[in-house]
Design a protein. Structure first.
Length: 124
């Protein structure tokens, strides 16, 4: 029998959103043109304004004001986002993620081969 699909709670929305954001960063151009750099910074500001969890949105907007997104390269963006996610982890009492593992987690799969990597986006 098929499970009933229900509106997202805060945790589900967050989990899916981080998946989207980290995957997007993993595929951001390595050397973005000025327009891409500007638009990605703008996207993250607008995203935080409309994120449908008011406390999350407010705190994330403040974080962006204090520490603006770094969009000068794929590497900068990935690491800025990892840092930002770790700030949220800290606030929620979740463990800090090791940012040296970003590409294994979000792009190429774990080095021990435990991911079904042929289905990953980097192969399409
Ligand atoms: P998540 O935190 O959703 O992480 C998903 C996966 O990402 C993890 O399993 C891990 O593999 C990986 N990961 C973890 N840390 C990092 C990192 N630093 N870099 C890269 N990958 C990482 N919830 C609240 O209750 N209050 C808030 O104020 C709040 N603010 C949020 C703001 C934003 C912008 C977003 C997107 C979400 C926010 N959330 C907030 C939701 C919260 O961050 C979690 O998504 C939610 O609690 C579910 O947690 P999770 O255990 O599934 O892991």
């Amino acid at each position: 029998s098929k499970e009933i699909e229900c509106p997202l709670n805060k945790s589900e929305l967050g989990n899916h959103t981080w998946g989207f954001l980290h995957t997007m960063a993993a595929y951001f151009p390595e050397q973005p043109c000025m327009e891409d750099q500007r638009d990605m910074a703008q996207f993250l500001r607008l995203f935080s304004r409309f994120y449908p969890c008011p406390t999350c949105a407010r705190d994330f907007s403040k974080l962006i004001d204090k520490e603006p997104p770094r969009t000068g390269s794929q590497n900068e963006l990935k690491h800025w986002l990892c840092w930002a996610h770790n700030q949220v982890n800290k606030k929620l009492g979740k463990p800090k993620f090791d940012c040296s593992k970003l590409d294994e987690r979000w792009k190429f799969g774990w080095k021990d081969g435990s991911c079904d990597i042929e289905k990953a986006l980097c192969f399409v």
